[in-house]
Write a protein that binds this ligand. Structure first.
Ligand SMILES: [Zn+2]
Length: 240
């Protein structure tokens, strides 16, 4: 809608409201907007030098068909948007999925499609482990690279295996981490090389926020990424 069109609609809304004795407060679907029905966003954390803060779309700048990026899952740490229900084949799917582009101020180099429970576990781990552990690098974590989230497949994509937690939106795979000093640590090269202190800390730190944590020590399928999911196991989290 053009500016003129928007102005016309606003004028109509104003006219319609003028005759009403008790105009209903209209929910404003943007965090931080007056009267917003969504949880307010925290004031922007100071960005590491050279790192642009997350920019939220402003309504007036939206093109037709674009949706608003804001906080989702009633959690100001999780930025993205709600997407429509995913109905995959068989038991695959997510009833209330979100597409997340940032957690706790850390950009995701690939957006993830998960359910809110997984998104919250991801934000908890980011807050408690992925961000504070960066002190061993003498740097600030800025980005993470997810390489898988929702996918309708079996475990490790093997025929006949049980359905993966990825198929329910319960899981995310992370391949690397980038820092304010310009360095990137990948699970593939860093686990037994430079960056292993950081990687081993955050791998261990995921054990708790997530119910299943798999890294390079687990099997040949996890040499180049961490697998995190929120499945709960008898006897506590499974972390290897
Ligand atoms: Zn995985």
């Amino acid at each position: 809608m053009g500016r003129a069109g928007l102005t016309a609609v606003l004028a109509l809304v104003a006219t319609a409201c003028a005759g009403s004795p008790t105009p209903k407060p209209r929910p404003v679907p943007y965090a931080n907007a007056p009267g917003s029905i969504y949880a307010p966003l925290r004031s922007p954390a100071p960005s590491p030098r050279g790192v642009a803060p997350t920019v939220l779309n402003v309504p007036g700048l939206l093109k037709p068909g674009q949706s608003v990026e804001g906080s989702v899952c009633s959690d100001p740490r999780i930025l993205g948007r709600r997407i429509s229900t995913i109905n995959g084949a068989g038991a695959c799917g997510i009833s209330a999925p979100v597409r997340v582009t940032s957690v706790s101020g850390i950009r995701l180099k690939n957006a993830i499609r998960v359910n809110c429970e997984a998104a919250k576990a991801f934000a908890d781990w980011t807050d408690r482990s992925a961000k504070p552990s960066a002190e061993v690098m003498g740097a600030v974590l800025t980005d993470m690279r997810p390489v898988a989230s929702y996918a309708c497949r079996t475990r490790n994509s093997r025929p006949g295996a049980r359905l993966s937690e990825h198929a329910k939106g319960n899981a995310v795979d992370i391949a690397d981490f980038s820092f304010s000093n310009g360095k990137t640590i990948s699970v593939l090269k860093g686990w037994r090389g430079e960056g292993s202190t950081y990687l081993r800390r955050v791998w261990k730190g995921a054990c708790g926020p997530f119910g299943t944590v798999l890294g390079p020590e687990s099997d040949r399928f996890h040499q180049d990424h961490f697998h995190f999911d929120i499945a709960r196991h008898r006897g506590g989290p499974y972390c290897k």
